[in-house]
Design a protein around this ligand. Structure first.
Ligand code: IPM
Ligand code: MN
Length: 352
C-alpha cells in the first residue's frame, strides 16, 4: 500500500520524538511491504520564525494532499509569559484543527502492566482502565467570540454550540461505544450552562438510534473526581472542547506518564495523529524525551487512517516489550539505566 504522510515536527522535543516514530513506521512499512512518502511541513514557533505565522498555507496544502498527518508538538516558552504577543504557536494548532475540520479528538487512556506502579494512583484503582475521551475540538469557547470592552477592563470569551456540532461528535461516541463495552458518558455542566443543556438534549434524542448503548449523564466536576477514583468504571466519554482539554490531562495521570499517551484528531479532511504531551522545551535537543507517545500515535495512524490493524498491533507489542525490558527514557527509568530518545527509537525499529 502507498502511504502518503504529512510530517509536522513542530517545536521543542517535537523533531526528536517524530524522528523515532518515523524510524518505527519505516521499519513497519518495510516488513509489510508498504511504501511511505513523508512530506515535511513547518508549524508552531519554528514556522513563526521562518514565515511569520504558525500554520502557513504551504503547510495546510501539504496536510490536505496527504492521507494522514503525523504531528510532534507545538509551543515555545518565549511566548508563554508575553500576554501581548499577537502571533502565538498555539494559534497554529487551532487554525490547523479548524481548517482540516478536525472536530473530534480521540484520547484513549489505558495502563501498561509493567508500569502500573508508576502512576501516583493506587494499583487497585487503575488496574484494567481502558477508556476513551472523545473531545469536541473545533467549537465551544476555544472558537467563540472573545475580546475586551470597558477600556480593556472587562474581558469575555463566549461558548457556542450548534445541535449539528454536538450530533456529529456524539454519533462518533455512540459508534465507538458499540465496538467496545457499549457504555457512553455525556460529560457536561447542564445544571448551569445552556450549551450543556443543548448537549444533553441532543444526546438524549440520539439514544433511540443506539438502543444497545447505555448512556449516563454526569457533571464535569463529578467526572473530574470519579475519573481518578474509579477510572475503570468508564468506557467512552464525550464532552465539549474545554472540559475535554482539562479531563484528558487529568486522565493521563492514570497511565503514569504523559510521555506515553497518543491521540487522533478526526473530522472532515485528513486525520491527524499526535502525542498528547506538549513541546517540553526544557528537554529540547537533549535526546532525553520519551518518544513512545508519538510512536503509539503512529500506531493509531496505521490502524485508523489506513485500516492496517496488524501493523498497529505490532508497534504496540514492541512498545510493550521495550517497557518490559526496561529500554526506556529517564522519565520511566527510575534507578535503572536511562536510554536516550534515539536509542529507544533504534531499539523499537530493530525489534519490529
Ligand atoms: C491540547 C493543548 C492545546 C489545547 C493547546 C496547546 C492550544 O493543550 O492539545 O490539549 O488546549 O487544545
Ligand atoms: Mn490540553
Amino acid at each position: 500500500m502507498k502511504l502518503n504522510i504529512a510530517l509536522l515536527a513542530g517545536d521543542g522535543i517535537g523533531p526528536e520524538v517524530i524522528d523515532q516514530a518515523v524510524k518505527v513506521s519505516n521499519a513497519v512499512a518495510k516488513k509489510f511491504n508498504h511504501e511511505i512518502t513523508w512530506t515535511a511541513g513547518i508549524t508552531g514557533a519554528a514556522a513563526i520564525d521562518e514565515v511569520g505565522e504558525p500554520y502557513p498555507d504551504s503547510t495546510h496544502e501539504i496536510c490536505m494532499a496527504a492521507d494522514a498527518v503525523l504531528f510532534g508538538a507545538i509551543g515555545h516558552p518565549r511566548f508563554d509569559n508575553d500576554p501581548k504577543a499577537t502571533v502565538r504557536p498555539e494559534q497554529g494548532l487551532l487554525k490547523m484543527r479548524q481548517k482540516l475540520g478536525l472536530f473530534a479528538n480521540v484520547r484513549p487512556t489505558f495502563t501498561f502492566p509493567s508500569l502500573i506502579d508508576n502512576s501516583p494512583l493506587k494499583r487497585e484503582r487503575i488496574e484494567g482502565t481502558d477508556l476513551i475521551i472523545l473531545r469536541e475540538l473545533t467549537g465551544g469557547i476555544y472558537f467563540g467570540e472573545r475580546g475586551r470592552k470597558d477600556d480593556g477592563n472587562t474581558a469575555f470569551d463566549t461558548c457556542t454550540y450548534t445541535r449539528a456540532e454536538v450530533q456529529r461528535l456524539a454519533k462518533l461516541g455512540f459508534e465507538m461505544a458499540m465496538t467496545r463495552s457499549k457504555r457512553l458518558c455525556c460529560v457536561d455542566k447542564a445544571n448551569v450552562l445552556e450549551t450543556s443543556r443543548l448537549w444533553r438534549e441532543t444526546v438524549q434524542d440520539m439514544e433511540k438510534d443506539f438502543p444497545e448503548v447505555t448512556v449516563s449523564y454526569e457533571f464535569v466536576d463529578a467526572v473530574a473526581m470519579r475519573l481518578v477514583q474509579w477510572p475503570n468504571s468508564y468506557d467512552v466519554l464525550i464532552t465539549e472542547n474545554l472540559f475535554g482539554d482539562i479531563l484528558t490531562d487529568e486522565a493521563s495521570v492514570i497511565s503514569g506518564s504523559m510521555g506515553l499517551m497518543p491521540s487522533a484528531s478526526i473530522g472532515v479532511h485528513t486525520s491527524l495523529f499526535e502525542p498528547i504531551h506538549g513541546s517540553y522545551p526544557q528537554a529540547a535537543g537533549k535526546d532525553i524525551a520519551n518518544p513512545l507517545a508519538t510512536v503509539l500515535s503512529a500506531a493509531m495512524m496505521f490502524e485508523d487512517a489506513f485500516g492496517l490493524k496488524e501493523e498497529a498491533e505490532l508497534i504496540r507489542e514492541v512498545v510493550n516489550k521495550s517497557l518490559a525490558e526496561g529500554i526506556v527514557t529517564e522519565d520511566l527509568a527510575g534507578k535503572n539505566k536511562a536510554y536516550k530518545t534515539s536509542e529507544v527509537g533504534d531499539w523499537l525499529a530493530k525489534n519490529i
